[in-house]
Design a binder for this molecule. Structure first.
Ligand SMILES: [Zn+2]
Length: 277
């Protein structure tokens, strides 16, 4: 599943390639990809003639600001991919939505598992009233208010494994499985330590590890894992440099102990039993 660095990579591509151009048309090939409005008759006609003024990201949500007011929201979920292609490019089997731009260009949404969603938020309506998932999001990791103190308040009283807590979008918006494993390794914390048992210094280390790991992954253009591709169909580079994620049985890059993989709350966790406690 694309996480914050992958969604941010897509946002940067969208901002560069699709803004300041009119949407000339659209086509919805899978009705249930539309979360709001539910009808194609309302979706495409509204978009036509609109320019996208900018793309924003909130957690794993993408929000395009439209010139006539309102915005277009997109969530890639498990397997959604946005691709910038020529309209003559052969339709991929799992193409769900197409938006047409000048010069035969197209923003194409391809989604094998069909969990991805689009929302059209009318003008003068707050996006979170339509895209309700936005209401639950915690702070962005690059927000100035995301501090060790904030993190401590969110996890100190929680008797659940820290790895499970990190995956709650209400603590750090956009955090997912790959980068939670990586940040816990960088801060020397085992994934099953309870939130209540973390010391102040550990929370400080975790805070800086979260910011560092996410920034590194953005700099690498996202991950090589989970079939992630950017807007031009190119994979990121982060996976090659991963500390623990996807490295079960391989030697720890610091101490050579084999990396272990366990399950917590149904999600896989990779960690070094020697570097993390
Ligand atoms: Zn190690």
């Amino acid at each position: 599943m694309p996480e914050l660095p992958e969604v941010e990579t897509v946002r940067r591509g969208l901002d560069k390639l699709t803004t300041k151009q009119p949407i000339e048309g659209g086509e919805v090939l899978l009705q249930r990809t539309l979360a709001y409005p539910l009808s194609n008759a309302e979706f495409c006609p509204y978009l036509v003639g609109n320019l996208i003024s900018s793309w924003e990201r909130r957690g794993k949500y993408l929000l395009a600001r439209l010139s006539s007011g309102g915005c277009l929201g997109v969530h890639l979920r498990m397997t959604g991919q946005l691709l910038w292609v020529n309209q003559n490019t052969l339709l991929q089997k799992h193409t769900r939505i197409r938006l047409f731009f000048p010069d035969s260009q197209e923003l194409r949404f391809v989604d094998t598992r069909t969990f991805g969603k689009f929302w059209l938020v009318p003008p003068d309506v707050a996006p979170e009233t339509i895209i309700t998932g936005l209401q639950k999001l915690g702070l962005e990791p690059f927000d100035s208010e995301f501090t060790p103190n904030y993190l401590a308040k969110k996890i100190n009283k929680r008797r659940r494994p820290i790895k499970t807590l990190l995956l709650e979008q209400s603590i750090v918006a956009g955090m997912g499985n790959i980068y939670a494993d990586e940040a816990l390794f960088k801060s020397g914390i085992k994934p099953d330590v309870l939130g209540t048992d973390l010391k102040e210094t550990q929370i400080q280390q975790l805070h800086s590890a979260i910011v560092e790991v996410l920034q590194t992954a953005i700099d690498q253009g996202g991950t090589t894992f989970s079939d992630f591709l950017n807007l031009l169909g190119v994979s990121g580079n982060y996976g090659n440099a991963a500390w623990v994620y996807g490295r079960k049985g391989e030697p720890c890059r610091v101490c050579k102990t084999p990396i272990q993989k366990i399950k917590l709350s149904g999600r896989s966790c990779h960690f070094c039993p020697s570097c993390q406690s």
